[in-house]
Ligand binder design. Sequence first.
Ligand SMILES: C[S@@+](CC[C@H](N)C(=O)[O-])C[C@H]1O[C@@H](n2cnc3c(N)ncnc32)[C@H](O)[C@@H]1O
Length: 149
Amino acid sequence: MFSFHLFCRANVTVTDLEEVQDLLKMNIEKNQHLVSGSIQAKVLKWGEDVTDFLPAPDFILMADCIYYEESLEPLLKTLKDLAGLGTFILCCYEERTMGQNPEVEKRYFELLQRDFKLQKVPLDEHDEEYRSEDIHIFIIRRKKMNISS
Ligand SMILES: C[S@@+](CC[C@H](N)C(=O)[O-])C[C@H]1O[C@@H](n2cnc3c(N)ncnc32)[C@H](O)[C@@H]1O
């Protein structure tokens, strides 16, 4: 059983591309009553510098971010640059069967497992109302590096 109480007094940064910042800010405003800590929107293009987001966060929530081939390497770079050994990455995605999506998902998990270990959250532990056979949730942690000379 996985039990995270993420939203008690968390300091949250929501990120996306420049062109959707207004939408992020609108979402923050509409959900402000649910936030007891702090929340801010910032631009983060995957693969680019993450200095502004360090030290490594306790949690990274990734919802539906695995869907196009060109983004895989930059997305994984961002995860590697951001996540420390203590960081929990919660990754959820909807399995898509159209076009290149099955290959993109397969490739993402191949590349991911070079540096991260994965634990699948069983369906019976998903939210009762929103669970669905084609929606998957993983808890992802950084692997400890073997430092050899
Ligand atoms: C399928 S949407 C999911 C949005 C949201 N997480 C959700 O679950 O509703 C994918 C999001 O990834 C963002 N995105 C796509 N490519 C990106 C990139 N290279 N760097 C940062 N964000 C990117 C898109 O702008 C979009 O908001």
